[in-house]
Design a protein around this ligand. Structure first.
Ligand SMILES: [Zn+2]
Length: 84
C-alpha cells in the first residue's frame, strides 16, 4: 500500500499487513511529520490534505498516425483496471 505524506508528499510503500485496521498515527521518515491514517477509509486525516490515494498520469505520446496510440491507451487502461 502506498501512503503519501501530507507534508512533503513523499510516497511510502508500506506492507498492508503491517497496518492495523483501526486508525493509526504514521510518522514520515523523510520529514518527521506525524499524521493520522485510517486503513478503512483512505484519504481521511485530521487535517485537510492528509493521506491521499495516489494519482498517476500515463501519457501515450506518438505524433504519427497509425502507430497504435489508441490501442496502447485502451490496453494500458484495461490492464490497470484489471490490476486494481
Ligand atoms: Zn513527509
Amino acid at each position: 500500500m502506498i501512503i503519501v505524506c501530507s507534508n512533503c508528499q513523499k510516497n511510502h510503500n508500506i506492507d498492508e499487513s503491517k497496518i492495523p485496521d483501526q486508525p493509526v498515527r504514521i510518522k514520515c521518515k523523510t520529514c518527521g511529520h506525524s499524521f493520522r491514517f485510517d486503513k478503512s477509509s483512505p484519504g481521511s486525516d485530521d487535517k485537510p490534505g492528509g493521506a491521499k490515494p495516489v494519482v498517476r498520469r500515463i501519457g501515450v505520446c506518438l505524433s504519427k498516425g497509425g502507430v497504435g496510440k489508441t490501442t496502447t491507451a485502451v490496453n494500458v487502461a484495461a490492464g490497470l483496471s484489471l490490476a486494481g
